[in-house]
Design a protein around this ligand. Sequence first.
Ligand code: FE2
Ligand code: FE2
Length: 253
Amino acid sequence: MERNMEAPFVNKELYDKSKDLKKIFPETQADVYFESELSRRAQSKTLEFIRKDNYIRDSLLMLFEHDQKTFVHSVEMGNIAEYLIANMGEKISLAEANDLLSSCLLHDYGKLAIEKELLNKTNITLAEKEELKKHVVYSFESVRLFDEAVAKIIVGHHEHQKDSYPRKQDENINYDSREADGRTKILSRLLSMIDTYEAMLADRPNNPPKDIKYVVSELEKQFNLPNDQEMIFLLAEYYYAKNKNQQIDAIFN
Ligand SMILES: [Fe+2]
Ligand SMILES: [Fe+2]
């Protein structure tokens, strides 16, 4: 797949703003801070994957400058994908694994085009909710310049969730012509499951992490196709593996 290595771009005004940010913080300083956060947050294979790919690295750097919460969420989803891939064996090919990892890291990239204040606002109005939903189309439009297959996985990341958007909500769209192929659908569903899981467990202001038992029961309600159960089991396993590591980290900190 031919890749467009132009700088990621979704919204000119915000893109220019982020370039100004780099002028305020000398390149090296911003980079050092970003690199240290990246190596703290990303597990080995995810870190290697990000560092190898300038497009993904630069996209994450821009997200980091715009909204750290989205950056942390995206990197953690990469870590979760890394764990699932390692445990799926031959059920996932190398190309599919790379697309899943890329889509986890870039799925919310379009939030760069949403004002930071709105991203962090609680008690949003209906109109603001609609504005937030646009991030999916922004992600799709920008990531497709880089990789069409990954963009197609990304555009479906909220379509498997309770509040399905954007395509199922828009009556003007002809679904048949935009129906994803089998591989895209499977990867999109996996992305959606990882997104739902991470959102429930993330520790955010005004939204403390949910209990793992509650998270599993919610996932079982929302994802109840035959193959989903095994993925939910792996997600629960990841939770316990991660928390054990956190206990070890606490000893050294
Ligand atoms: Fe999203
Ligand atoms: Fe997300």
